[in-house]
Design a protein around this ligand. Structure first.
Ligand code: TRP
Length: 448
């Protein structure tokens, strides 16, 4: 094994980095909306079950591959299944996070712009066309994409310990404090109770097949599974750390943040008398409008809350994009023997260009359609519907069917020294080997 490979300094550091990858736009713009749509507390229970029985086994599979090989995703598959068979599959798991990074960075750029806007100007009530206008401009969104991707690259350039570990250890507590402050304020608004009810009141009539599929898809996406980020970060875990604790800690942190994000957003939405939305519309249209409405009461509070909110989004998105960037860098440094700085430059150039095309596909390139989607839409669809599920399937099959049970057990239990892990190993292995592949295959097929 590579002797001078860096490691995370502690188990907590590994959890913070993995939680940094997991906590992102999915928690802020999708989870709160899904909860309301699919029956409040009823959906939350479904989500917890799907995190435990579907997402956690896949997460553990990635972790086991990463730490046992001490390699990034391509090298790890080479080591576990030598020969040519899985080479192309390994390459897919290097490329798919970089595609996500390209369009994620465009959205990260929008958040940077909105943070700037909150600081410099603040939102007025006449903002209905603002978002559409802004994203279709050629230059400003590109500039913001460049800033966002540049910041990502700087952290990765500084290395695993002094870059990634340090940034996440600092950011995760900050994020938690920020979102709690916003939630407390949001709950205190008159009329907030409608939002709390929307999130928490169980409605079992919405307990449908769609809700189950939604919970599974969201838990998969939210833990950043299937694209080798969990694998790569786990390869930096120390041998004495506990893979199960890391998985549970990450999933717990991610769920807690999603719930608090719901309490930060929905009460404010209801207090303003607006219908909840999901996706970009929620963050970049609904919320600025709410901030503007708050401004009628108090300009200072409105400015402070909107700054804190967009700061939260920028940081949450950065910690996710860093993890995707590192997958590419691990590949180039380990497999192509490039220096870290050279690798960062190559990944930066590649993702900047693809991201720029994604960005321009809202404006000058909006007529360019591939399979009926814009460039941005295509990158999103390709990764969310196919590549992520493909990766997830690949990882559970490798651990369940190729690696060999004893090797998996050794890694999961730290060679039998972790007694609690030993006790649940059979159960976990069963889920990785049989349940996860079948469920992922079903998700994959329904996406077609
Ligand atoms: N989990 C991230 C979020 O909630 C999004 C995401 C999906 C992701 N797949 C990823 C982040 C892979 C990093 C790597 O926003």
């Amino acid at each position: 094994m590579n002797q001078d490979r860096e490691n995370f300094g502690s188990n907590i550091a590994a959890i913070m980095a993995l939680a940094g990858s997991a906590i992102g736009l999915g928690n802020l713009w999708r989870f709160p909306y899904m909860v309301g749509q699919y029956g409040g507390a009823a959906f939350i229970i479904l989500y917890i079950l799907s995190s435990l029985f579907l997402a956690l086994p896949i997460f553990l599979a990635e972790s086991i591959i990463g730490r046992s090989t001490g390699s990034g995703t391509f090298g790890a598959l080479e080591k576990l299944a030598p020969g040519r068979r899985l080479k192309w599959a390994g390459l897919v798991t290097v490329i798919s996070p970089l595609i996500i990074l390209s369009y994620y960075s465009v959205v990260g750029g929008w958040s940077v712009e909105y943070l700037g806007y909150s600081i410099v100007k603040g939102f007025g009530l006449d903002i209905s066309g603002l978002f559409g206008q802004f994203i279709s401009l050629p230059v400003m969104p590109l500039a913001c994409h460049t800033v966002f991707l540049g910041l990502t690259a700087l952290v990765v350039l500084a290395g695993v310990k002094s870059g990634i570990e340090r940034f996440n250890k600092f950011s995760m507590p900050v994020l938690l404090v920020l979102i709690v402050i916003i939630a407390l304020y949001s709950i205190s608004l008159p009329g907030a109770s409608g939002g709390i009810e929307y999130l928490l009141k169980p409605d079992f009539s919405k307990f449908t097949g769609d809700a189950v599929a939604g919970a599974m898809g969201q838990s998969f996406f939210s833990l950043s599974l299937g694209v080798g980020t969990v694998l790569t970060y786990s390869s930096y875990m120390r041998k004495k750390d506990n893979i199960l604790i890391t998985g549970l800690g990450t999933a717990g942190f991610d769920l807690m943040f999603a719930l608090i994000a719901g309490l930060a957003i929905m009460p404010a939405v209801f207090a303003a008398g607006i219908q909840p939305d999901e996706g970009p519309g929620l963050i970049f249209q609904t919320l600025p409008y709410i901030f503007a409405k708050m401004g009628v009461e108090s300009l200072v509070i409105s400015r402070i809350i909107s700054i804190l909110f967009f700061l939260t989004i920028v940081i949450a998105a950065l910690t996710s994009s860093i993890s995707m960037f590192e997958v590419g860098v691990a590949f180039l440094t380990e497999e192509k023997k490039m220096s870290r700085s050279g690798s960062v430059l190559v990944i930066l150039a590649g993702t900047w260009i693809l991201g720029a095309l994604c960005s321009l596909s809202f404006g000058p390139l909006s007529d360019v359609k591939i399979f009926g989607s814009t460039i941005f839409g295509l990158c999103d669809k390709l990764t969310s519907n196919y590549l992520m599920t493909f990766g997830g399937l690949l990882f559970v099959i490798v651990v369940g069917w190729i690696m060999g049970r004893d090797k998996v057990r050794d890694e999961f239990t730290n060679h039998g020294t972790l007694k609690a892990n030993e006790r649940i190993f059979n159960l976990i292995h069963f889920f990785i080997k049989f349940v996860a592949p079948v469920v992922i295959l079903l998700i994959f097929l329904t996406n077609f």
